[in-house]
Ligand binder design. Structure first.
Ligand SMILES: [Mg+2]
Length: 404
């Protein structure tokens, strides 16, 4: 598709990326026989649980998240009710956030499946914001198989509102100069921070649409709805200067290599995977972090890209565990036979800081083996930086030229 135009004079450009029916979409991704069926993830209809996510097919029956699962069963008796698989959702979330951080470090995740990006500074390198948004959607789809909806605007509020307007698989651009007019006719509950209760109060007070907030006398509005109404009036005017605040701790640590020439040799790929895994583990140790998930990324000569991940029994920073996981993924989970690769990447995700409730890494190895492995890791840490063998093999490290 051709991305819509963008007002180049505006200083800020914010994207809100939101995955479509995330949990339900992951279930369909992992079990294609569910495609086209009403999928409802959450508590069992027999229990007292609630719906965590519903596919768009299920939403046609009136099923939505936070609804009791029993009620969902009444509305949609033929629905496929599934229990959530949080580990799997976290794996894919980590892969998605890693994609987003490839565009800018200014990524602020709002939840497991949505994030803000400030791309104001990326325009010269990556193009106009709608172009970046379209590219992000394409990459998420290509690398995870899932669709995202993206809102593009001059601030967070309008970007978030935009991502929701044309779900699923939407790309909505709200030009900064048109923000106010674009949202004036939307119902008042579309305003960020206006919940069910507040929307009823607003409607009783004659405020039905977002634009109505700007038509009423501000003093009268404050008397009736409190001082918070001034913030809402600013949003209604399309104004929002809240910055995108990136999370400070890394949510994943990864490395990837694009080869100068495609590599088909299994032993060579295994060795490269080992080195990438080692480097990631070293980085975790130097940052005092451990990871529960190892993600392998592989790109083929035709540019199709696959992402596969494995969740370890315990969070670890051990090179041996990462190498084993990378080999397992490379040799058994890639499912593409012996085709040559043009890129290989290893990422550690689901990061934890020892001390915040993470179990120690004792369950994988017996004590002596673990001590031996840790001794090897210490030696590797001392020679860190000598990441040379890959270069000798004729591969080159660095950014993937087609990553942008
Ligand atoms: Mg979502």
């Amino acid at each position: 598709m051709t991305p819509p135009p963008w007002d180049c004079g505006h200083p800020r450009a914010v994207l809100h990326v939101d995955m479509d029916a995330f949990y339900a979409s992951v279930e369909v991704l992992d079990d294609p026989s569910l495609r086209g069926r009403p999928v409802i993830v959450g508590g069992t209809p027999e229990g007292r649980g609630v719906v965590a996510a519903a596919s768009y097919e299920a939403r046609k029956f009136g099923v939505h998240s936070a609804m009791g699962a029993g009620r969902a069963r009444q509305l949609c008796p033929d629905g496929v009710f599934l229990r959530p698989r949080m580990d799997r959702y976290c794996e894919l979330s980590a892969a998605i956030m890693a994609i987003l951080r490839g565009y800018t470090p200014l990524v602020e995740p709002l939840s497991i499946d949505e994030a803000f990006l400030d791309v104001s500074g990326c325009r010269r390198l990556l193009g106009a914001p709608p172009v970046i948004a379209a590219d992000i959607k394409r990459r998420i789809k290509a690398e995870t198989g899932l669709t995202a909806s993206v809102g593009v605007a001059g601030n967070k509020f309008l970007a978030k509102l935009g991502s929701d307007l044309e779900k699923p698989d939407g790309l909505v651009v709200i030009e900064p100069s048109q923000g106010r007019a674009r949202i004036a006719e939307l119902p008042i509950e579309r305003l960020w921070g206006v919940g069910k209760v507040a929307s009823v109060q607003f409607r009783e007070g004659g405020v039905e649409r977002i634009g109505d907030l700007l038509c009423h006398d501000p003093i009268a509005l404050e008397a009736r709805f409190g001082p918070h109404v001034h913030h809402l009036r600013a949003l209604a005017a399309g104004l929002d200067d809240r910055p995108v605040v990136p999370t400070h701790e890394a949510k994943s640590v990864g490395n990837e290599i694009t080869f100068a020439e495609d590599i088909a040799d299994a032993a060579q790929l295994r060795a490269i995977g080992d080195e990438l895994a080692d480097k990631v583990a070293r980085r975790l140790r130097s940052d005092g972090l451990r990871a529960r998930t190892v993600v392998l990324k592989a790109r083929y000569p035709d540019f199709t890209t696959l992402t596969r991940s494995v969740t370890l029994p315990a969070a670890t920073d051990g090179g041996v565990e990462f190498r084993d996981a990378a080999r397992e993924l490379l040799e058994h989970r890639l499912g593409r036979g012996r085709r040559p690769l043009r890129l290989l990447g290893v990422t550690a995700a689901n990061l934890v800081q020892p001390g915040d409730g993470a179990p120690a890494q004792g369950s994988l190895f017996g004590e002596p083996a673990r001590e031996r492995n840790q001794a090897v890791d210490r030696v590797l840490d001392q020679v860190a930086g000598r990441f040379g063998p890959l270069l000798r093999r004729g591969a080159r490290a660095g950014r993937d030229p087609d990553a942008d």
